[in-house]
Design a protein around this ligand. Structure first.
Ligand code: GAR
Length: 203
């Protein structure tokens, strides 16, 4: 069984959705470590409550490479096969990305390449788009940039504010992330340039 390593900085609802799917057998994987750069991340508490290995590796005041080295050492120590960024609010150094080629996923709360960066749901709402959504993608050395595995579309309603829109996008994030993890773990895809396509026999 493959080992997942979850990196998070905040409340951890995407982590919890993945953990629920692991617990119920919908995802055939093991969560080997949950790592946060912030001691006050709600997701770390949630990981402890679930009896999972929860580690805090503070990033504050450290050069990026040094922090990344500490995180990678912990991932290797726990034999992590696939790294899942779940609200991990740090850019990975190119060195970190090279340690796990096509083995790091991220979820972003917009339809990339639209609205990368922070507060993507608010960016999309303020722009006035009629649909937004979420994207699960491989991580490369650029922000919110790697090849796309799964996207889910969410309509923007006239009655929305950016909070209600974010809440509906989050529901789709919780579905999309496990779908993408399953695709990678089952190896049913190949990467052609930027395109992630299902292998013909699996279509
Ligand atoms: C999620 O909406 C995720 O897409 C976003 O942070 C939130 C974390 O929520 N990530 C980014 O904006 C990354 N660019 P969670 O802690 O409840 O999973």
């Amino acid at each position: 069984m493959k080992n997942l390593g979850i990196l998070l900085s905040g409340r951890g609802s995407n982590f919890e959705a993945i953990a629920d799917n692991v617990a119920s057998g919908k995802l055939d994987a093991n969560i080997a470590a949950v790592i946060s750069n912030r001691a006050d991340a709600g997701g770390i508490e949630a990981a402890r409550r679930r009896g999972l290995k929860a580690l805090v590796i503070p990033s504050k005041g450290k050069p990026r490479e040094q922090h990344d080295r500490e995180v990678v050492a912990a991932l290797l120590e726990h034999r992590v096969d696939l790294v899942c960024l779940a609200g991990y609010m740090r850019l990975l150094s190119p060195w970190f990305v090279q340690q796990f080629p096509n083995r790091i996923l991220n979820i972003h709360p917009a339809l990339l390449p639209a609205f990368p960066g922070l507060e993507a749901q608010k960016q999309a709402f303020d722009y006035g788009v009629k649909v937004s959504g979420c994207t699960v993608h491989f991580v490369d050395a650029d922000l919110d940039h790697g090849a796309i595995l799964v996207q889910k579309v969410v309509p923007v309603l006239d009655s929305d504010d950016h909070h209600t829109l974010a809440a509906r996008i989050l529901e789709q994030e919780h579905i999309a992330y496990s779908e993408a993890i399953r695709m990678v773990l089952e190896g049913k895809y190949r990467i052609e340039g930027r395109r992630v396509v299902m292998k013909p026999q699996e279509r």
